[in-house]
Design a protein around this ligand. Structure first.
Ligand code: NAD
Ligand code: FE2
Length: 378
């Protein structure tokens, strides 16, 4: 059993005030902040800027991250980071900003392009230390050794993994997430739910990932509706951040399974937001996988509903109810995926071997076609 280290994590209202002390401990006076235009517009960057400036830190701002960042984008941020003199990198935003910050920081210590190092464990040297400030409760990128990048040429998404991109510090401040719009709260929250359900039902689950996954499923199941309906509820926002953190730790140690594998072609070919793509696939994959792990899916149903005596079929019903309650679409048809994309997507998904290897049931290409067909029509 292998347990990945986690960053030092500061959780709570105004925990961002502790960023300067963390930078001091790293000997960093000049810091690059990597974020996107939505975070600037929401006034979140201004808060971080004030905290850093009040502490006398110099800032290099990069604010052009796009959702599902591409390899070209992270290469261009890395070029800036290499010449900027930055001593640390802060990823501020959702998974797109944090993933971009992590890759750019790591490339500072190495030559060339991210294309040279795709896969897991191929980066030779460490780069700059990373601090993560998540503003969505979803990806768990603040506690993973992974970044997910768009491969524009092949219309898919690829993973980059190395211990060198595990952040040194993470700051989970619920006040930064109060203005997250409901539809993004819903999609990112379902991403986090997928992380812990998939980790719990992964072929590589272990005692440590199980403990994290079980608590994360409970936290997310109990708080996602409140966070969606009443975005200003600080307790629900904080619980979602803790849930997504623990879900991130769970999947960093157990892996995610076919839900994420099937979501990637939807993101790569049709730019379906990551969390939405996962939520569309979740009930279909639970149905496919149930025969391999009936007890575990039954336990997920118990954790989500708080009831005993429920089984794997209740698990499917409950995740369907959840995504309906947070107003996410039910099937691929509803988001205008063309039916004739089912064939190409079922070819593309078979390349996600890094994830499919964790699935509790083998997936063949014929299965993949049937799974997408069901996700389209259901
Ligand atoms: N590294 C990992 O382990 C990991 C895991 C899962 C997903 N991912 C990746 O993360 C990316 C998705 O990240 P995401 O789902 O967090 O979305 P995102 O980072 O793409 O952000 C989505 C939108 O929400 C806006 N936003 C974020 N926080 C806000 C706030 N508090 N208030 C107002 N607007 C806000 C952003 O500006 C952006 O427009 C994908 O590329 C996905 O593949 C990475
Ligand atoms: Fe995810």
């Amino acid at each position: 059993m292998n347990i990945w280290p986690v960053p030092q994590v500061k959780i709570g209202e105004n925990s961002i005030l502790e960023i300067p002390a963390a930078l001091d401990s790293l000997g960093a006076d000049k810091v690059m902040v990597v974020t996107d235009s939505g975070i600037i517009k929401a006034g979140i960057y201004a808060k971080i800027e004030k905290v850093l400036k009040d502490a006398g830190k110099q800032i290099i701002l990069v604010d052009d991250v796009k959702p599902d960042p591409s390899m070209q984008l992270v290469d261009s941020i890395a070029r800036k980071a290499r010449t900027s003199g930055a001593q640390a990198v802060i990823g501020l935003g959702g998974g797109s900003s944090i993933d971009s910050a992590k890759v750019a920081a790591a490339l500072v210590g190495n030559e060339g392009s991210i294309k040279d190092y795709l896969g897991v464990g191929l980066l030779p040297k460490p780069g700059l230390p990373i601090l993560a400030v998540p503003t969505t409760a979803g990806t768990g990128s603040e506690v993973t050794y992974l970044s997910i990048l768009s491969d524009l040429e092949n219309e898919t998404k690829k993973g980059f993994g190395t211990p060198f991109i595990m952040p040194k510090f993470a700051f989970l401040d619920p006040l930064l997430t109060l203005g997250l719009p409901p539809h993004i709260t819903a999609a990112t929250g379902m991403d986090a739910l997928c992380h812990c359900v998939e980790a719990y039902t992964s072929a590589n689950a272990n005692d440590y990932s199980d403990a994290m996954a079980v608590k994360a499923i409970k936290l997310i199941g109990a708080n996602i509706r409140t966070a969606f309906n009443d975005g200003a509820n600080i307790k629900a926002r904080e619980n979602m951040l803790i849930g997504s953190l623990m879900a991130g730790i769970a999947f960093a140690n157990a892996g995610v399974t076919a839900v994420h594998a099937f979501a990637y072609p939807l993101g790569g070919m049709f730019h379906v937001p990551h969390g939405l793509a996962n939520s569309l696939m979740l009930p279909v994959i639970i149905k496919f996988n149930a025969s391999a792990m009936k007890d575990r899916f039954g336990h997920v149903a118990e954790l989500l509903t708080g009831k005993t005596g429920v089984d794997w079929q209740d698990c499917i019903a409950e995740v369907e109810r959840l995504s309906e309650d947070v107003k996410l679409p039910r099937n691929l048809k509803a988001i205008d995926i063309p039916e004739d994309a089912i064939g190409p997507m079922s070819v593309s998904v078979m390349d996600q071997t890094r994830l499919l290897v964790n699935n509790p049931r083998e997936v063949t290409q014929a299965d993949a076609f049937d799974i997408y067909t069901e996700a389209y029509n259901r």
